[in-house]
Design a protein around this ligand. Structure first.
Ligand code: CA
Length: 218
């Protein structure tokens, strides 16, 4: 899943991106309000982590603009401003959660995952489809109760497939959802990854639709 992190503090931006990447997110980093406002592919971003104190403007104004433009992904405010007035203003402007710095990374991650669950309208913490279960927090996948050994990319791909089970995903959709904006994108890597995933979870689960893409069968 791809996140947009809006953070002007270079050290915090770097550290947080690293930790989020190690938790298997793809992370795009914007350092100013202007940069974040017109971020390309905003519709492919699964969630936004937004700092409020930005060098060229206020995160709240940015948040209002996005919501006015119907950007509907979960948005979590991560800020040093922690008064109740700030929280009320942030949540009323359309934020889904409000976290005050400093925060333990584990808490931030748990809150993000809670946002994804709410956004997906699911109450369980993991994604289960038949005998296949993915736990995004423990970072495990089991098939018929047996733990599977998946690479980081395979895990990301399976996570996307499970969230969008039954829908057709083109190779382009998959690339845009799995990789950061400036990452090299090669379509054949998707084919290779799908092949590897099929060998691990059973090839009948993923249907190839010639010229269209893939569908993960429900
Ligand atoms: Ca800041």
């Amino acid at each position: 899943m791809r996140l947009l992190l809006v953070e002007d503090d270079p050290e915090l931006g770097r550290r947080l991106s690293e930790r989020l990447r190690s938790a298997d997110f793809a992370v795009d980093l914007a350092r100013t309000s202007a940069e974040a406002e017109d971020w390309p592919d905003l519709d492919k971003i699964a969630a936004i982590i937004l700092d409020l104190g930005l060098p060229d403007g206020d995160g709240i104004a940015l948040l209002r603009q996005w919501r006015a433009r119907k950007v509907d992904c979960p948005i979590l405010i991560l800020t040093a401003r922690g008064s109740w007035q700030d929280k009320v203003e942030g949540l009323n402007a359309g934020a889904d959660d409000f976290v005050v710095k400093p925060v333990r990374f584990e808490e931030l991650l748990a809150r993000l995952n809670a946002l994804f669950r709410r956004h997906a309208g699911k109450r369980e913490s993991g994604l289960v489809l038949g005998d296949l279960a993915l736990d995004p927090i423990a970072h495990t996948v089991t098939l018929k109760g047996e733990l599977l050994d998946l690479s980081r990319q395979e895990f990301r791909l399976l996570h996307l497939f499970l969230r969008r089970a039954g829908q057709v995903l083109s190779q382009g959709d998959i690339l845009e959802n799995l990789y950061e904006l400036d990452a090299p994108r090669e379509l054949n890597t998707i084919e290779v990854m799908v092949g590897r995933l099929r060998r691990k979870i059973g090839k009948e689960r993923i249907t190839t639709l010639r010229g269209l893409g893939y569908r993960f069968e429900k």
